[in-house]
Design a protein around this ligand. Structure first.
Ligand code: PLP
Length: 450
C-alpha cells in the first residue's frame, strides 16, 4: 500500500525542519502555492499541516499562516549565549565598556549600602516603593512623557514583563491585537503564547499608517494596538509628531487600548511627545532601562491611565508580588544622580558612530539610512532569501536575525536585522561587517523548495 500523499508531504517538511532548512519560527508556504508546486490539492496540504500541527511541529494562526513551532523562536532571533568565536549581530543591548560597567557597579554598591536596608528587603507595597516610582517618573518625563504624579507609575521586571502583563490584563484569548506589520518578535511571541489573534498593520517610512489602522478598526475592531514609536524594532523608523497625532485620533475614535513600547525613546535626538500624552485615558506607556543602561537590571516603568493604576498594581501583586526593591534602588540611584541620562547619551553616540561605520563597510546594494538606532534593517539582494542568508551567515560565524521572525503579515520579506551594538569590541564589529559584505555580494541561486 502506498503512503498517503499528505503523509509524504508532512514527512518531507519534518526532514526540512530537522535539517534546518525551515528554521524554528519560519513560515511555511501557503496551502495553495505548495499544492501548485506539488501538483496536489490545497486540501491535501492542509491535511499535512494539520498532522504536523497535532505533532506540535508547526503552529497555524488564522490570517498569518503556519510556522515551525514557535516555542524556541526567540532563541533563533537573539543568540544571547553566542560563543566568542561567533560575531554577534543579533542582540540589541548597550555596548558595554569598562566605564559603563564601573558606573553600574558603583550604583549597585550604593543600593547595597542604603540606610533603608530593611525596607529594601521587605515586602513593599505592590506598586513599588514611592521613591522608585518617582525615579521612574523622572526617567520617563525626561523623554517626553506627561504624567500627573508617581501615582500613575508602576514597576515591572523589564519591558517584556510589562508587555505580557498588560496584554493578559486588558485582552482575552481570541481577541484581535493590532501590531506594526513588522514588529519585535517578543511581542509576537507573547501574543502566540496567550492565544491572541494578530493583525499586522501596514507601515510606510513614518511608521504605522493611520488609514490602515482605521480600516482594521472598522472591519474587525482590535482590542488593543501595540506600537514601538521610536527607532522601531526592526525597521528603525521613528514616528514623527504629526503621524503620532493621526494614530492617536484613530485610537480615540475607536476607543481601543494603546500599548506604547517606547524602549528606544532615549535614542531620539530631540524629544518627540509620546502617543500616550494624546490619549492618556487609553494609553499605557512602557519605558525600560534595558537598552540605555543594562538589560540585566530588569527595570521597566509603566505609566497607566489614572483610572487603571490601582487595578494594574493589584495584577502585579497577584503575578510577582512586586518588582525587586533592591534592583530598583540601584536603578533609582542611577536616575537621581543623572548618571542614567549620561549613559543613555553615551550609548546614543555609540549607536550613531556604529551606524556610520556600517554605511562605509556594507555594500551599496543594501543601502540604508543612518537612523541612529541600535539596529539596521537591511534589504537583501534578490538572489538571497532572508532565512538562507541567516543560515549562510551562521556558517560563516556571523549571527544575524532573519526577517521572518519580525513579520506579522503574510507578505514575504527579504531582509535581515543587524544589531550594531552587540559586539562591544569595535575591531570585531568592523571585521564582522567586512565578512557580511563579502557574503552579501556572493550570488545565491539555491532556494528552499521541495
Ligand atoms: C521593542 C522592544 N520591546 C521590549 C524589549 C524587551 O525589553 P526588556 O529587556 O526591558 O524586557 C525589547 C528587547 O529587545 C524590544 O526591542
Amino acid at each position: 500500500m502506498s503512503t498517503p500523499k499528505y503523509l509524504e508531504i508532512a514527512s518531507t517538511i519534518n526532514t526540512m525542519i530537522d535539517s534546518g532548512e525551515y528554521p524554528k519560527g519560519s513560515k511555511l508556504p501557503p496551502h495553495r502555492s505548495l499544492a501548485n508546486d506539488l501538483g496536489t490539492t490545497p486540501a491535501t496540504v492542509a491535511k499535512a499541516y494539520n498532522f504536523l500541527s497535532e505533532q506540535g511541529r508547526i503552529e497555524s494562526f488564522i490570517g498569518r499562516g503556519s510556522f515551525v513551532s514557535h516555542d524556541k523562536a526567540l532563541d533563533q532571533v537573539i543568540y544571547s549565549e553566542a560563543a566568542n568565536k561567533e560575531i554577534n549581530f543579533s542582540i540589541l543591548q548597550p555596548c558595554f565598556d569598562a566605564e559603563h560597567l564601573q558606573l553600574l557597579d558603583s550604583h549597585i554598591q550604593t543600593a547595597c549600602h542604603s540606610p533603608d536596608k530593611v525596607l529594601l528587603h521587605s515586602y513593599a507595597e505592590s506598586s513599588g516603593i514611592w521613591q522608585h516610582r518617582e525615579a521612574g517618573l523622572e526617567w520617563s518625563e525626561h523623554f517626553g512623557l506627561e504624567a500627573k504624579s508617581a501615582d500613575e507609575i508602576l514597576l515591572a521586571n523589564g519591558a517584556q514583563h510589562a508587555l505580557s502583563g498588560l496584554i493578559q490584563l486588558y485582552t482575552k484569548p481570541g481577541d484581535l491585537i493590532a501590531v506594526e506589520a513588522q514588529t519585535y518578535p517578543g511581542i509576537l511571541s507573547i501574543l502566540n503564547f496567550l492565544g491572541r489573534r494578530v493583525v499586522g498593520i501596514s507601515m510606510d517610512d513614518k511608521g504605522m499608517i493611520p488609514k490602515a489602522l482605521n480600516e482594521t478598526c472598522i472591519g474587525d475592531c482590535p482590542k488593543m494596538v501595540i506600537i514601538v514609536p521610536s527607532h522601531q524594532n526592526p525597521t528603525g523608523i521613528s514616528m514623527p509628531k504629526t503621524r503620532r497625532e493621526e494614530i492617536a485620533n484613530v485610537i480615540e475614535k475607536h476607543s481601543i487600548w494603546l500599548l506604547e513600547d517606547d524602549i528606544y525613546g532615549f535614542l531620539n535626538q530631540d524629544v518627540i511627545s509620546p502617543l500616550t500624552n494624546l490619549v492618556p485615558h487609553l494609553g499605557f506607556y512602557v519605558s525600560s532601562l534595558s537598552k540605555a543602561i543594562s538589560p540585566g537590571l530588569r527595570s521597566a516603568y509603566i505609566k497607566a491611565p489614572k483610572a487603571e493604576a490601582r487595578h494594574l498594581a493589584n495584577f502585579i501583586r497577584a503575578s510577582i508580588w512586586l518588582a525587586p526593591p533592591l534592583v530598583f534602588a540601584a536603578a533609582s540611584s542611577l536616575i537621581k544622580s543623572g548618571d542614567a541620562f549620561r549613559l543613555a547619551t553615551r550609548q546614543r553616540n555609540i549607536a550613531n558612530k556604529r551606524q556610520s561605520i556600517a554605511q562605509e563597510l556594507l555594500p551599496s546594494s543594501g543601502a540604508f539610512k543612518n537612523t541612529g538606532s541600535y539596529h539596521i534593517w537591511l534589504t537583501l539582494p534578490d538572489d538571497w532569501s532572508s532565512e538562507e542568508f541567516a543560515l549562510a551567515a551562521k556558517e560563516h560565524k556571523l549571527l544575524v536575525s532573519s526577517a521572518s521572525y519580525f513579520n506579522a503579515t503574510a507578505e514575504p520579506l527579504n531582509a535581515i536585522r543587524l544589531s550594531v551594538m552587540s559586539e562591544s569590541n569595535e575591531k570585531r564589529y568592523k571585521h564582522g561587517l567586512k565578512e557580511l559584505s563579502l557574503l552579501l555580494e556572493q550570488k545565491q541561486y539555491k532556494h528552499i523548495h521541495f
